[in-house]
Design a protein around this ligand. Sequence first.
Ligand code: FAD
Length: 394
Amino acid sequence: GSKFYDVVVLGAGAAGMMCAIEAGKRGRSVAIVDHSPSAGDKIRISGGGRCNFTNINASAKNFISKNPRFAISALSRYTQRDFIALVERYGIAYHEKTLGQLFCDGSAKQIIEMLVAEMLRHGVELRLGTEIKRVEHRVDGGFRVALSTGDVVCKSLVIATGGKSIPKMGATGFGYEIASQFGLKLVETRPGLVPLTFDPATLARLEPLSGIAVDAVAQHGKTRFAEAMLFTHRGLSGPAILQISSYWREGDEITLSMLPGIDVFATLKAAKAERGKQALQTVLATLLPKRLAQLIAEAEQGPANLADFSDKALRRVEAATNAWRVKPLGSEGYRTAEVTLGGVDTDELDPKTMAAKAVPGLHFIGEVVDVTGWLGGYNFQWAWSSGWVAGQAV
Ligand code: FAD
């Protein structure tokens, strides 16, 4: 026969584990299933191995979704302060790195160990290294899940299998397939928090810049991020670019400011008056990395001395520096994307329980849902918050 549980959670990642813990606390019998032999694999590699587990300033404003209000409920019921309290209860040392981002002092493994300990403390059964073959809706409203280790039957089924990012780490489109099987709408998925690439001609021109990092403002429409930017041999990366990549669509331009907060025209004008015999490149190199200064100066092909530059030419240099418009060719895709945008349409879900409105007992949490956070600990906070609210409802 099949084993019965009140709750079966598919996916032992951040969201699934949080949900299993909370359901277990409420006395539910819970099994959590994952094809990976270990739980929380993405947590292990997150934040460069230190896990940026939340952000002090997290609110619904830091998320992208077709319905930007959907996340408000879960985020306000289980907040970053709640997760921080859990981390502190386990004596895990942490620090704020920048912009409210909290990281473990030691290792991301401490977060996994904490979540696994909580699951075991609350009687959750771990079924790792287990393939999910099929999900069926039963006539009694419950679900039957065919696993490589035998069938299980449950009242509540929670889909927490994440997005498509990093297929090498076991990411699959499984959650989207289940949503489709039950007739739920999906918002088209695409890679987010991902480096952007250039066409070969632009790449060849920018080749000398590979490896250079600058503090920049990356802008797409009205959305802007002031963070570091990195030139790579494939295009652009670094936090500012990853952030803007989640807003960028193929064919769009982005605008980059590499001397944000500096009035470049006024600065060049002053330099022209005071050090007119210097070359543009020399003056720019006092503000920017040398190779970048050189490239901008060469592109202008101006006179030898700054003194001979017209205001119009100085304005062009200003634009090249602080309003550089580029059209990326594409992104590096799911291979390196930190998240997947889109997913299960929030119209289909009750924000208080994460249950499908049309399919009582079927819940979707974490990255598989069309709620995607910025870079900076927001994606884990969504996993904790959405997992927690589902855990109260199953
Ligand atoms: P996941 O954590 O992806 O868990 C899904 C689980 O389901 C996995 O264990 C997987 O094995 C399992 N699964 C999938 N398909 C199947 C299937 N068919 N059968 C059985 N099991 C299946 N976010 C932050 O907030 N801070 C960070 O520092 C951070 N760093 C990151 C670094 C990298 C390199 C990457 C890729 C992402 C990072 N993220 C970070 C994003 C964050 O990891 C995810 O948003 C988060 O893990 C999503 O949680 P989840 O539980 O929904 O899905």
